[in-house]
Design a binder for this molecule. Structure first.
Ligand code: GLA
Length: 744
């Protein structure tokens, strides 16, 4: 045998290269694909079905996502040709290769340089646990032995289907994943109206809608961190209409649970079908997969509602509170945050006084924001100190322990701010570990807010970042809350740790972040974590798996918040929405709005204050105390109720929303005037929603001596309130009113 090999190799050396090429044998033989039974796989929730059809040639096709079908098996009788010269239409997980020539969910480059993958059905399994049915479908490429598992978790009561994909390199050589979507969804409708969310610092979660034309619409983030300031990885898709409706029509909502680069694409093909692909952005991320290794994608969350955008939002909210948001459905405490009231300039005295005021106002927590750390490079400004997480002894000589004890003695919880993924060049850390900074050798490391990003794709940095959280928790017994900030995007990316495999950077940064968060949750299951990233730069269901809430935006102007909160709750439940009352003129916009208006906006989320309370006049202080006390009476509805949006701030002069308890016995209604509207003299009709039409509700306006509604304090039947009987007079710009409804 050895001699034979020697002869062959000698021959190869002796035969010239051109002749060797000719000598290689090509044939037109193909690998046989096993025929399979034609069958329907129906993934179902209470009111929806996702129906997949297995063709005898092994192709898997998505034939329906929408309202529940009683007889999905009837698709077996449908005679359709899924394949024509233009490609294989409707593929459930389309891969580059075979007849498929549109945007792929999967694109693999093999060791021999080839790019073709053709996935065929190999089998599926269904398992059930409480409230959720999991369907796992196997697909395989018989030439390369690459395997894909499509995993669908169907949450019956919430009408939510969560999908992820597992890609196994079953071959003997490493491969590169060029596209590796979490999910692909083919939809067939006459019109597709896409609503999505974009934003920037202090203008987070802006909403826009567009009717999709042919070809491709892409929503993407390449920011590495702060993935949702730019675009949010979520959308609503209204079907068969050009108009957004809160209450009518079929709507699909989707959200990707991933805090890194993402990509959602919407490709309307020549047959007018729409393919939605959702997953990690392939930008600079040709992910290497060794032989035998599996890549697990993030989860894509889908819901369908026949009751307009409102129905889709409520499905997502219910699911999120129950299964996704950390501590979802629990009431988080009201708080005073030190940032806009003190910024970097404070002493122990300043903070003690703020805590005393917070306790006096009936708030439940004090949060010490930025500025408490750094000694060689004190954090007196944003140009130094990040990375050096020890207490600044000249500012706070008594330590954090002393502050936390004061808070606890006053009956307040205590929280503290960290930004553990970042480092200022002016810090001990930057000098001790230059190799931990995200950088590309020989190139400038660009700064934003005077800071650099630490390389979380490196396990040593993971340990360090976990250690920051861990040590901060030890600064005082019973730290109740951590505000985790992240104020910088990745630019000119590079990792000293990853060497020549820089393609792994973006994916492994986010995986590193999740590894840290997982460790934090194992050790500190009770601490409340707020996810902040220059405000709403990390508002996604990936981060929310570990965090109780988000800082919705650095913009605390009541009017700006109307639009941001309206859009945020299209996808995310109100329980995650940190909403703070700040001073006027507003520090971000310069706008001046009445104190009550600011409260009435903030009370639609998790209420907080972010100002220096000692500057309140006596009259203002009375308003504040009253608003906080009333919020505490009904806030369980904000945290657990069903949201109904009554008037869109985009449509006119008014904004309105309400939360209704699951048993429909209690509700809170918020109404606002956001443009001057002289016709309000006669009252603005808000048609309430979600009430029991047959129940009588006592309606009481909050925080006023004289109500703006003639019916205040009286009882009305649900159908009257929903039928046009509720018409508060919101006279004047920034007038607002909050009503609590109790069934009798
Ligand atoms: C970011 C946050 C703010 C505040 C500052 C502190 O901008 O979004 O809420 O914490 O950092 O530097």
């Amino acid at each position: 045998m050895k001699r034979f090999l020697l002869l062959v190799s000698l021959a190869l050396v002796l035969v010239p290269a051109a002749a060797q090429k000719k000598a290689k044998k090509y044939s037109h033989e193909t690998v046989a694909i096993p025929q399979v039974e034609r069958q329907v796989i129906s993934i179902e929730t209470q009111n929806t079905s996702l129906v997949l059809l297995v063709h005898p040639n092994g192709h898997l096709e998505t034939v329906h996502y929408g309202g529940k079908l009683a007889q999905p098996q009837q698709f077996l009788q449908q005679s359709v040709n899924t394949e024509d010269y233009n490609g294989f239409r409707g593929a459930t997980y389309p891969a580059t290769g075979g007849r498929y020539i549109n945007e792929p969910a999967l694109h693999v480059k093999y060791a021999d340089g080839s790019h073709n993958t053709e996935l065929y059905y190999t089998g599926h399994q269904v398992t059930k646990r409480d409230g959720c049915t999991t369907t796992v479908i196997g697909l395989k490429d018989y030439v390369t032995a690459l395997e894909v598992k499509l995993v669908y978790d169907a949450y019956a009561k919430e009408d939510v289907i969560v999908e992820h994909t597992e890609i196994l390199n079953g071959g003997k050589q490493p491969v590169q994943l060029l596209n590796y979507a979490s999910s692909s969804l083919y939809i067939d409708a006459d019109e597709y109206l896409l609503t999505h969310f974009y934003g920037a610092w202090a203008t987070d979660m802006q909403m826009e809608s567009e009717v999709l034309g042919h070809d491709m619409k892409v929503i993407e983030s390449r920011r590495g961190t702060q993935n949702t300031q730019g675009n949010n990885p979520s959308f609503l898709l209204s079907l068969d209409t050009k108009e957004f409706s809160e209450t009518r029509g079929e709507v699909i909502a989707g959200a990707l649970a991933w805090s890194g680069n993402f990509r959602l694409s919407f490709e309307k093909d020549d047959a007018h079908r729409l393919n939605i692909l959702a997953g990690i952005s392939p930008h600079a991320s040709a992910y290497p997969l060794k032989a035998g290794a599996t890549f697990v994608t993030p989860e894509m969350i889908y819901t369908f509602s026949a009751d307009g955008a409102g129905g889709a939002s409520r499905n997502l909210h219910r699911w999120a509170r129950q299964y996704s948001v950390y501590g979802g459905g629990e009431v988080n405490p009201t708080l005073l945050n030190s940032w806009e009231g003190a910024y970097f300039t404070f002493t122990t005295e300043t903070l003690l006084r703020m805590m005393d005021d917070a306790a006096g106002m009936g708030l439940e927590m004090f949060v010490l924001d930025d500025g408490w750390f750094g000694n060689n490079y004190p954090r007196n400004n944003d140009d130094a100190g990040l990375g050096d997480w020890e207490v600044n002894v000249s500012k706070l000589p008594e330590g954090i322990d002393y502050l936390a004890k004061h808070a606890h003695d006053k009956g307040l919880k205590f929280g503290i701010w960290i930004e553990p993924e970042m480092v200022n060049p002016r810090s001990d850390l930057a000098h001790a570990h230059p190799e931990w900074v995200v950088q590309s050798p020989g190139r400038e490391i660009y700064q934003g807010r005077n800071q650099w990003v630490l390389d979380l794709s490196n396990p040593a940095v993971e340990d360090f970042v976990f250690g920051i959280f861990d040590r901060t928790m030890q600064l005082a017994p019973n730290i109740d809350y951590i505000k985790w900030d992240c104020n910088r995007v990745v630019q000119s990316f590079g990792s000293t740790y990853l060497g020549t495999e820089q393609d792994r950077f973006y994916v492994e940064y986010t995986q590193g972040l999740y590894n840290v968060m997982r460790r934090i949750r194992e050790k500190y299951p009770k601490v409340i974590v707020q996810c902040c990233s220059s405000g709403g730069g990390r508002v996604d269901y990936g981060a929310l798996r570990y965090c109780n809430e988000v800082w919705t935006s650095d913009n605390t102007d009541g009017l700006s918040r109307v639009f941001m909160q309206y859009a945020t709750t299209m996808i995310y439940p109100a329980c995650i929405m940190g909403s703070h009352v700040s001073t006027v003129p507003n520090h971000q916009t310069g706008n001046v709005t009445p104190l009550k208006f600011r409260f009435d906006i903030a009370c639609a989320g998790r209420l907080g204050l972010e100002l220096q309370p000692k500057y309140f006049s006596e009259q203002d202080r009375a308003t504040v105390d009253r608003c906080i006390a009333s919020y505490k009476q009904y806030r369980d509805l904000v945290f657990t109720g069903d949201l109904y949006r009554l008037a869109s701030p985009f449509d006119g002069s008014y904004y309105g929303l309400m939360y209704v308890s699951p048993d429909k016995k209690r509700a809170v209604v918020y109404t606002y005037c956001i443009h001057f509207e002289p016709r309000t003299v006669g009252g603005k009709v808000f048609r309430l929603q979600g009430l029991d039409p047959g129940l009588n509700y006592k309606v009481v306006e909050q925080n006023v001596d004289r109500s703006c509604w003639w019916g205040n304090g009286q009882s009305f039947q649900g159908d009257f309130l929903m039928g046009g009987g509720f018409n508060p007079v919101l006279y004047g710009l920034y007038s607002s009113a909050v009503f609590v409804l109790e069934a009798e």
